[in-house]
Design a protein around this ligand. Sequence first.
Ligand code: AMP
Ligand code: MG
Length: 416
Amino acid sequence: MSDVAPRPPMLSVREALDFMLAAPRVPLATETVPTLAANGRVLAEAQASTIDVPSADNTQMDGYAVRADDCASGSATLRVAQRIPAGHVGQFLAPGTAARIFTGALIPEGADAVVMQEQCEASTAGLVTVRHTPKAGEWIRRAGEDITAGGVILGAGTRLRSQELGLAASVGLASLPVLRKLRVAVFFTGDELIMPGEAPGGQLPAGAIYNSNRFLLRALLENLGCELTDFGIVPDTLEATRATLRDAARANDLIITSGGVSVGEEDHIKPAVEAEGRLNMWQIAVKPGKPLAFGEVRRDGGAAYFLGLPGNPVSSFITFLLFVRPFILHQQGVAGPFDPRTFAMRADFNWPKADRRNEFLRVRTNAQGGLDLFPNQGSGVLTSTVWGDGLIDNPPGQTIAAGDMVRFIPFSELLH
Ligand code: AMP
Ligand code: MG
C-alpha cells in the first residue's frame, strides 16, 4: 500500500480539445459593416447572389467579335463595322462584319465567337482578315458561368478573407452582416517580468526577464480578429490576481493569462479562478505545454471563459495554437472543423528518446523535401519558433529515425 495518491491519467490533446469545443458559444450580436471593412470578420448569415456573374456574355480577349460561320475558310476578310471597349454596348453584328472588341466588353448580338487580335490582320481600309477558324463560343465568358443569380456564395460562419471579400463585392454586396468581435482580456503573471524599454537604466535587473508572452499572445489574438483588453503584468499575489480576474470578467467573453498555472507557492491562478468562478486544471499529455487551465470567471448575470496558459514562451505559443485558437474560432461563430491539415513528410534526423506525451517538435522543411530538427527543443527557446516553419505532431511513445515518415503541420495551418 502506498500513501501517495495515484496520479490522475493525463488527457490526450484530442480529449482536451473536444471538451473545450463542447462549451456553449457566447451569443454574439450581428452587426452590419461595409464590405471594405469586413476583413477577418465572421459572416452571420449566408449570402446569396442577386445577379449572374458575369452578368452577360463578354470577351476574354482583345480581338474581333465575329460570326464563326463567316470565318470557316480560315482566311476571311470582314468589314470592321463597330468598336466595343469594355463598359460599352455594341450593335447587332450584321453577317459579313466584325466588331473590334476589348477584354471585358459585352459580345454584340449576332456574334458567337471572338478571334484574338494576334490571329487577325487589320487594314487601313477598315477591313480585317481573320486567319483562324473559330469555334462558336471561342473566348467568350458566358453569363452566369461563375455564379448564377440566387445561388449561395458564402455560408454563415465563414471567416472573411481577401478571397471572400472579393467574391462578395463581385455580386455587388456593399455591406455584410457579421458577428460582433469576441472580447478577450489578457494578463501576465510573474514578478520577474519587465517590459522591453522599461528596464531601469536600460539594464535588465538580476532575475528579471522580458515579458515576451505579452507580444506573442497579443499578436496571435490580433491575427484572429479579437477585440483585446490588455491588463498587463499582474503581481504574483492571490489578491491582485483575483481583482484582475473580476475586472476582466466584467466586459469580456474570454480571459487568457500567461504563467502561474503550476501548483507552486507562487502560482496563484488556480486558487484565484476557483475563488472567482470554476476551474478545470488539466494535465494534458502534450509537450511542451502540459498544464492548461480551462474554466470561467463569474460576473453579474453570467461568466467569462477562462484559459490559463503556461508561462514558458514556447509552451504558451504551442498551447495557443493547439487549444486556444480552435476554442476562439468556435466562440467566434466560425464553422469548423478547425483541425489543421497535416502532411506526411520525411524526417532527416534522429529522435531516439520517446516521450510518453504527444510531442510537438519545432522543425523546418529543407531543400531535399525532408524536415530538419531545431537542435534545442526547450520550452523557453523562442528561437526555435522563428527558425522553424512548422511542427511535427509526434504521438506518445514514438521515436523517430532518419528516413521515417512523420506528421508535419506547417505554421501556416495554425497561424491564420
Ligand atoms: P510559470 O508558468 O509562471 O511557472 O513560468 C514558467 C517559466 O516561464 C518561468 O521561467 C517564467 O519566468 C517564464 N515566464 C512566465 N511568464 C512569462 C512571460 N510573460 N514572458 C516570458 N517568460 C515568462
Ligand atoms: Mg510564474
